[in-house]
Design a protein around this ligand. Structure first.
Ligand SMILES: Cc1cc2nc3c(=O)[nH]c(=O)nc-3n(C[C@H](O)[C@H](O)[C@H](O)COP(=O)(O)OP(=O)(O)OC[C@H]3O[C@@H](n4cnc5c(N)ncnc54)[C@H](O)[C@@H]3O)c2cc1C
Length: 406
């Protein structure tokens, strides 16, 4: 008898889990509560799908149990993932380690997975909401109840709920006794207190963003910083945001220091500015940093350091240059909240991975229940790491669920 595998969620992890289980001979049914499988997948990488990353970064994954993450990623590696997609006929392209389908279309990945589902005779039932899972692996759904020999819970997180991941996966896991580490928005914009944000909305600049929790550096990242009318956005902000999210949730004091000239040391910046005071003494102070920093940003910096913009550059005092240097090299901003789950790309938190076997993805609480993807307490940085997590856990859980009773 073919083992019957039921998968909750036709997202990245659920689809590859289904393919893997069916390849091993299982009869697979995937239940998806939206009308479209792989909805989130289609929006990844700005529609281009950055499906993995060839560079292993030690800090790329976060969660309370780093050994679990390492174990899973070692069992189904990036190279195996590349082979998996090449096997589906997808030509991949490597842009400095960031891997995309050669078409530049996320739909190529979704379509390749759907063709394989079809080819393997996997049953996909859309508009089917899983409402409960019993310990004997009977599922109550909006289309009736069904029982599997194995169930893979791949229902995602609660980030970007419009794509289907509305947090119901956590409820299903919690009802089975699993501990849920509070899910919070991650890879998300940060909202800040200062009034001047309205003046700089839309400005983009290279920066080093240092996130501080109670005055201590918690994380930093460099890249294109985007100012919005409420705070900061852009890749370097996304990369540090999960630490802000968790600290704010615990009522801690969160600030960010923005180094707006990250390629220049502080003393070199001071010398550079001092030299400009002499060379461009005739210019209005307002134009002092013309060609160095965006003018809207310059106005905020001058204001913060008490330099009157109508004064002449030559009138700027050494003490003011010191202050300006400090502001350019570490503009401090108070982070008051993150944007919501609607804007977040992923969640930090989720099912406690100490309750899941890292060799098989099987729950340690419920036999033959497997968990994969973002539902688990694992969050990656931007750059293909989150999809890699979904692929690795999906393939691994599909392998063990697909083998049937051992
Ligand atoms: C805008 C955006 C861009 C992103 N870009 C990238 C990128 O380029 N690279 C990268 O690595 N990561 C990216 N990510 C993150 C990545 O998409 C996710 O980490 C990944 O899709 C998670 O896969 P998953 O299978 O765990 O969950 P999902 O893909 O969310 O799939 C879960 C599925 O389960 C279904 N479901 C939920 N509850 C139920 C229920 N009760 N019954 C039935 N079905 C249910 C949902 O509808 C959904 O289809 C991006 C995310 C967003 C939002």
């Amino acid at each position: 008898m073919r083992p019957k595998v039921i998968i909750v969620g036709a997202g990245a992890s659920g689809l590859v889990a289904g393919i893997q289980a069916a390849r091993l001979g299982a009869s697979v049914t995937i239940l998806e509560h939206t009308a479209t499988p792989g909805k989130k997948l289609l929006s990844t990488g700005n529609g281009k799908c950055n499906l993995t990353n060839l560079t292993y970064l030690p800090g790329a994954y976060r969660g309370e149990n780093p050994d679990f993450i390492k174990n899973v990623l070692e069992q189904v590696s990036v190279l195996q993932t590349l082979d998996f997609f090449k096997g589906l006929g997808v030509v991949l392209t490597d842009r400095n380690g960031y891997v995309y389908p050669n078409t530049g279309q996320a739909s190529s990945i979704a379509d390749a997975l759907m063709f394989e589902l079809d080819h393997l005779g996997i049953t996909l039932i859309c508009d089917c909401r899983v409402r409960a899972i019993r310990k004997d692996l009977t599922l109550t759904t909006s289309k009736g109840s069904m029982k599997g020999d194995s169930v893979i819970l791949a229902a995602g997180s609660m980030a970007a709920p419009k794509t289907g991941s509305d947090g119901s996966g956590y409820e299903l896991a919690a009802a089975l006794g699993h501990t849920i580490i509070k899910p919070l928005p991650a890879l998300v914009q940060l909202r800040c207190r200062e009034k001047w944000y309205k003046q700089v909305a839309g400005v983009r600049t290279e920066a080093l963003v240092t996130l501080k929790i109670n005055g201590q550096t918690a994380a930093e990242d460099r890249g294109e910083l985007q100012f919005t009318d409420y705070g900061i956005s852009g890749i370097p902000v996304f990369q540090v945001s999960r630490f802000a999210s968790r600290a704010l949730d615990q009522g801690q004091n969160v600030t960010a220091e923005l180094d707006l000239l990250p390629s220049m040391e502080e003393h070199a910046t001071e010398e550079f500015l001092t030299d400009r005071v002499t060379r461009f003494a005739y210019r209005p102070a307002d134009e002092f940093l013309n060609g160095v920093l965006n003018q809207k940003l310059t106005r905020v910096l001058l204001n913060e350091t008490g330099i009157i913009k109508t004064a002449k550059t030559g009138e700027i005092k050494p003490a003011q240059i010191k202050k300006l240097t400090a502001a350019i090299k570490g503009l401090e901003t108070a982070v008051i909240s993150t944007n919501s789950f609607d804007q977040a790309q992923i969640c930090s938190g989720g099912v406690d991975t100490r309750e899941v076997d890292p060799c098989t993805m099987e729950s340690k609480l419920i036999k033959r229940l497997y968990l994969a993807g973002e539902i688990l307490d694992v969050d990656g940085i931007c750059g293909g790491y989150n999809l890699q997590w979904a692929w690795s856990g999906g393939i691994l859980s599909g392998t063990y669920a697909g083998r049937g009773k051992i």
